[in-house]
Ligand binder design. Structure first.
Ligand code: FES
Ligand code: FES
Length: 169
């Protein structure tokens, strides 16, 4: 099967039961994407597929043939970090770092969802073309990404610093 991950092409012979998470970690050695619960509860495995955030542990790899996948390794590197990665450092958005790749991929997908008006459970105006990321919106939209270290305050601050206009915070 043919996969496109972080802009690189990969041809793999796969067990059709393999999750996207296991494919990324065990076949492509992209271990930045983490396995936490392996059952869709923690968000540690979040990656972007065609810009949309998904839980890679709940996805079968074969569903994502020929669809551009972005993992944390594709967002930035040690020489040139993504703006959100820099903000996580500046705002103490992590402690052990295990949830961090998922938090960052999820936040990027979340910001795109809000920008195109996708409502959340706390959105009051359902016909807005763009949802402003208030504190409540941001916390609700990131609620699928858990941090066992309790770095949530820093995580929210880092996301606000990167994606939220000052007049909307
Ligand atoms: S490892 Fe996928 S949601 Fe927890
Ligand atoms: S930084 Fe440790 S789980 Fe989030």
């Amino acid at each position: 099967m043919h996969f496109i991950v972080n802009g690189l092409q990969h041809d793999l012979l796969l067990d059709t039961r393999m999750s996207l998470l296991d494919m990324l970690r065990e076949r492509l050695a992209l271990t930045g994407t983490k396995k936490g619960c392996n059952q869709g509860a923690c968000g540690a495995c979040t990656v972007l597929v065609e810009g949309e955030r998904i839980n890679a542990c709940l996805a079968l790899a074969v569903q994502y043939e020929n669809r551009p996948i972005t993992t944390i390794e594709g967002l930035g590197d040690a020489e040139e970090l993504h703006a959100l990665q820099r903000a996580f450092i500046a705002h103490d958005g992590f402690q052990c770092g295990y949830c961090t790749p998922g938090q960052i991929c999820s936040a990027i997908g979340m910001a795109r969802e809000a920008a195109r008006g996708v409502p959340s459970a706390v959105t009051t105006d359902l016909v807005m073309e763009e949802v402003e990321l208030s504190h409540d919106e941001l916390r609700e939209r990131m609620s699928g990404n858990l941090c066992r270290c309790g770095a949530h305050n820093g995580i929210v601050e880092a996301i606000q610093a990167t994606f939220v206009r000052e007049d909307a915070a």
